[in-house]
Design a protein around this ligand. Structure first.
Ligand code: ZN
Length: 322
């Protein structure tokens, strides 16, 4: 009798057979100095059958919490005993990473360039290689991000409402906060949706700064998913259980009414009451102060850590419980 096993996974011309773990490289292009730039892809292909899950970070090169989550998974060797297959991409946007930047050197956002074209801009080429080399192999995926700029996201999962498997994946991940988020043209999640690959986006912490709680919750969520699909043995660690994700419905950005110094009065993840003063914007010399009030009972799930702000800048992202 034939024993069921996984399929071969071929990426960048390298084949990873069932029972093999390999680092493969997707060649993108050279730096002006001639150094070749590759996207490193860690492929764990088990002999034992199961789904293929993509875990990726660094689509925005300065969003390092996700990169650290994947680094820890690789360092702790949890993926070495996997059933099914995991494709782990620690840094998708290598160009952004080495420049401490969200984007590629011409200023384009890879996460607005999907599915990409072979001869397009650099961001579009990276997206193209990725869409053609990686996405066809995966059954589902987890895309790791942080807030942009100095905006700090409380650990949250965003899922695609049109895709019930994405919503289900969000439930399994069980981040402190979750909500449906509309598909943005050119985004990785949109490209995956069109290829019928359920995807969730984990957003936690802020760019260029480690946030241990965000890293821990992200790692925990990934292990929740791998355990749910029986790709890893169940964990008996108490910290992995007991948390119930807060599902948000209405969300609203609260913006600076005027320029000045922004001083939040609450910590991220706090419950808020309608009318509560959750921050102030003061002119730089302490003469005038404007209060930022909660518009409804709910939760704060993003705070801008930029202290000097201009009129209209996003200060808080708040949401109502479902
Ligand atoms: Zn991002």
């Amino acid at each position: 009798m034939e024993v069921e096993t996984n399929k071969n996974i071929t990426i960048g011309g390298t084949t990873v057979k069932p029972g093999q773990h390999k680092l493969v490289q997707i060649g993108i292009d050279r730096l002006p100095t001639g150094t070749m730039i590759d996207i490193p892809v860690y492929v764990f292909n088990s002999k034992k059958p199961g789904p293929t899950i993509l875990i990726q970070a660094g689509l925005h090169g300065d969003e390092i919490n996700g990169i650290e989550i994947v680094r820890r998974l690789l360092a702790e060797k949890q993926l070495n005993i996997i059933k099914g297959a995991v494709i782990a991409v620690p840094i998708l946007n290598i160009f952004g990473f080495i420049h401490f930047s969200r984007d590629v050197p011409d200023g384009k956002d890879v996460n607005r360039s999907f599915p990409g074209t072979k001869s397009g801009s650099m961001a579009s080429r990276i997206a193209y290689h990725y869409t053609s080399e990686i996405l066809p192999h995966v059954d589902m995926g987890i895309d790791l991000h942080t807030g942009g700029g100095q905006r700090h996201n409380y650990p949250q999962i965003r899922f695609t409402e049109e895709d019930e498997n994405s919503a289900r994946l969000a439930e399994i991940f069980n981040a402190p906060i979750s909500f449906p988020s509309s598909l943005i043209k050119g985004s990785f999640r949109n490209a995956a949706y069109r290829m019928n690959k359920p995807m969730i986006v984990y957003e936690a912490g802020e760019s260029m700064r480690f946030d241990d709680y965000s890293i821990l919750e992200g790692t925990k969520g990934i292990l929740n998913v791998l355990e749910h699909f029986e790709m890893l043995p169940p964990s008996d660690n108490e910290k992995f259980n007991g948390q119930v994700s807060v599902r948000l419905q209405n969300r609203k950005w609260l913006r600076a009414p005027t320029a000045g110094m922004f001083i939040p009065k609450i910590t991220n993840g706090s419950e808020i009451k309608k009318g509560q003063i959750i921050g102030i914007v003061s002119d730089t010399f302490g003469r005038r102060t404007k209060n930022i009030k909660a518009p409804f009972d709910g939760v704060v799930f993003c705070i801008n850590h930029q202290a000097v702000i201009n009129q209209g800048e996003a200060l808080f992202h708040v949401g109502m419980r479902n």
